[in-house]
Write a protein that binds this ligand. Structure first.
Ligand code: NAD
Length: 367
């Protein structure tokens, strides 16, 4: 079977790296890589060739691939170039917007949406959401440090002392926890906030202070994800965040509710209460943002506060992001590959059952 990877101009990452190509070949797959696909992630065509892949043009990859792996959904021309028997493995986010999944179904092929893989212990090694979120949390803090006209660490110098920066992290999931750890390493004083009670210990174990609003709805049946809060709770939450944000130099926004618009946690009034020069990095930007003023894929300044709206920060560290994505993909493919190197549609397996959203044009995804 042929596994294909194409060049995705909107992203510096690439879906497979040479190290993983080699492993896939040992599972008896053939690998086709579009020329220059890995260039912006610092993987050369030569390295892919040395690992055993064939370098070719996009048309040939699309026409020959039995399995095509991408970071982003395809356009219609690309979808209709695939064989009807092909399997597309990508991120379609059907719970947020069904449109991309419907296009795949119309094209008559099959698709796995990696964001639908259940967040269980067994599937942890395939969890691209966690791999990318962790990078985003790290990069968010570095981005904030770059825009901040102040130091992060406390310094005692001959010219007097500098207090440590105060960083507030909203949402303490995978990205938030990495942001806390990174801000701590840079010497900041860190506070964090989440609605899930389970995150309190994790925040505290990283040396940050947990800011709590009593009375959050925490639904154990939501598979580890947060659920929407009552209007009353949200109001109290915004008031408390206002108090903490107005004393912070940096706010990192990571709070998300699967399938829904991200909760608004920072109002315009709160931004206007922040100190001049402060920075907000909103990695929930693509689902609306946690800050009312965030513009997706833009850096804006509102009354001397910089607001960075970027949900694709993993793409700004493309080499390791590609490596981790590709390793997650290998772990997924390995589970469903037989001894002859064929992909087996084992629908008794919970991981494939949850993530196979389209089978030969039939929509399997149900909200
Ligand atoms: P996410 O990206 O969906 O959300 C980020 C964080 O925002 C979450 O912690 C969420 O609780 C928080 N949030 C939502 N609404 C909020 C609000 N109004 N105010 C403050 N915070 C709010 O989440 P994620 O990072 O993908 O992880 C969610 C959970 O899944 C975590 O518990 C994580 O540990 C767990 N997880 C488990 C596995 C596994 O077992 N394989 C893998 C990854 C993540």
């Amino acid at each position: 079977m042929f596994i294909g990877v194409i060049h995705e101009p909107q992203d510096a990452r690439v879906a497979l790296v040479p190290e993983v190509v080699k492993q896939l070949i040992s599972l008896k797959y053939n690998v086709l890589i579009e020329e220059d696909a890995g260039r912006r992630a610092y993987f050369s065509d030569e390295e892919y060739q040395n690992a055993g892949a064939k370098i070719t043009n996009q048309d040939e990859v699309l026409q020959q691939a039995d399995i095509l792996i991408t970071l982003h959904p395809l356009n219609n021309t690309q979808l209709y170039s695939l064989k009807k028997s092909a399997l597309l493995i990508t991120l379609l986010q059907p719970y947020f917007d069904i449109h991309a999944t419907e296009l795949v179904a119309k094209a008559g092929i099959s698709a796995v949406s990696l964001d639908m893989i259940p967040r269980t212990t067994l599937a942890q090694s395939m969890d691209v959401l966690s791999s990318m979120a962790s990078i985003a949390g790290y990069k968010a803090v570095l981005t904030a440090a770059q825009y901040l006209p102040r130091y992060f660490p406390m310094l005692t110098t001959a010219a007097g002392s500098i207090p440590p920066a105060k960083v507030l992290v909203l949402g303490a999931g995978v990205a938030g926890l990495q942001a806390i750890a990174t801000a701590k390493r840079l010497g900041a004083k860190v506070e964090a906030f989440d609605t899930r009670a389970a995150s309190r210990d994790e925040v505290q174990s990283l040396g940050a202070k947990f800011v709590e609003v009593e009375g959050a709805r925490d639904d154990k049946s939501a598979g580890g994800y947060a659920v929407e809060q009552t209007e009353e709770y949200q109001k109290r939450q915004r008031q408390l965040i206002h108090q903490h944000a107005s004393k912070s130099d940096v706010v990192i926004c990571t709070a998300q509710i699967r399938g829904k618009r991200a909760p608004i946690l920072l109002t315009q009034e709160t931004v206007e209460a922040m100190k001049p020069g402060s920075v907000i990095v909103d990695i929930a930007a693509s689902t609306g943002g946690n800050c009312e003023l965030t513009e997706n894929n833009a850096v804006i300044t509102h009354r001397s506060v910089t607001i960075v709206g970027n949900s694709n920060l993993a793409s700004e560290m493309p080499q390791h992001a590609s490596q981790l994505f590709a390793r997650n993909l290998f772990n997924f493919l390995k589970m469903f590959t037989d001894k002859e190197g064929n992909f087996v549609y084992d629908l008794n397996n919970e991981i494939l059952k949850s993530s196979l959203v389209v089978r030969s044009g039939e929509m399997l995804y149900k909200k």
